[in-house]
Design a protein around this ligand. Structure first.
Ligand code: SF4
Ligand code: SF4
Length: 282
């Protein structure tokens, strides 16, 4: 396959899995969890991944490091790797429910955080295995046994592989004041990725900066997400990850367990009722 054919294959495979698989379901409500996805591809040797080691911390893997963990016997140059990333947009029904909430996440949002993320895991496995079935070496970084949440001086709570940062590298969006990724489908999304050793056509990053889609960073206006956070974890200085983490662990997670019976950590109040909820505001 040529790199363009590979690219088309990736888009069609992921789009049809999201749009046709019965696993894309909220379960507790009889409707799909996610709308049609957006897909992007980054080079394995994109200099951004080395920068992430400075910005996030040394524990954040480059694609080559993640690849070696999955295939310790295989020497593959970073330039031969690709990061295939996708954005899963929340449905209008889920966003509409969540817009009404000010303290706790809506039921649909809780179900999408649990069953929708289970689907995202299923999707990582299916995409990885489809590449392997084609004779390629592939892995899903967040499914590696070594993947875990970490603490770094630069980023506080983080992990070995940030799906949002992979999506940014793959040209799928830029960061907003609340740290969320503002994509073509806005900020009410979840993201996923796999790494594969294949010459897939790369998606150009067209944004002028890593915060170009946010009205606050681009024009000094908006700040709507600040007002949506019940614990003031967003301010003009950015996102207080610790305050956010504490609210989720201490308040919304126990609430979500009551509602769904599941161990799940939703909030996302700052992802709706804002200009970047389901589109790029600029
Ligand atoms: S709500 Fe406004 S300030 Fe907050 S991330 Fe979106 S565009 Fe930026
Ligand atoms: S996810 Fe975090 S920052 Fe956003 S509203 Fe909830 S507590 Fe606030």
């Amino acid at each position: 396959m040529t790199s363009t054919e590979y690219r088309r294959f990736c888009s069609e495979m992921i789009t049809s899995l999201v749009n046709e698989a019965q696993e894309n379901h909220l379960h507790a409500v009889d409707e799909r969890a996610w709308d049609s996805p957006f897909i992007g591809v980054a080079r394995g040797d994109d200099p951004l991944f080395a920068e992430y080691k400075e910005i996030i911390g040394a524990v954040h893997w480059t694609p080559a490091e993640a690849f070696l963990l999955a295939y310790p016997e295989s020497a593959v140059a970073a330039e031969e790797l690709r990061v295939v990333s996708w954005v899963l947009p929340q449905t209008e029904a889920t966003r509409a429910d969540q817009r009404l909430e000010t303290e706790f996440p809506a039921k649909r949002w809780i179900f999408s955080r649990h069953y929708g993320e289970l689907f995202n895991e299923w999707l990582r496995i299916r995409v990885r295995d489809e590449f392997i079935r084609m004779g390629l070496k592939a892995l899903a970084p967040t499914l590696l046994p070594f993947w875990a949440y970490r603490q770094t001086p630069q980023a506080g709570i983080c992990s070995n592989w940030s799906e949002r940062h992979a999506a940014y590298a793959a040209g799928l969006g830029t960061f907003g004041l609340s740290d969320g990724l503002i994509t073509e489908a806005g900020k009410a999304v979840r993201v996923g990725s796999v790494i594969v050793a294949a010459n897939i056509e790369v998606t150009p990053r067209r944004a002028s900066s890593h915060t170009a889609n946010c009205l606050f960073y681009a024009r000094g206006t908006c700040g709507a997400c600040i007002k949506r956070c019940p614990v003031a974890a967003i301010s003009l200085a950015g996102h207080d990850k610790k305050a956010c983490h504490n609210y989720i662990r201490q308040v919304t997670a126990p609430y979500a367990k009551q509602i769904s019976g599941q161990e799940v950590t939703p909030c996302g109040l700052c992802q709706v009722r804002i200009p970047c909820e389901h589109r790029k505001p600029l």
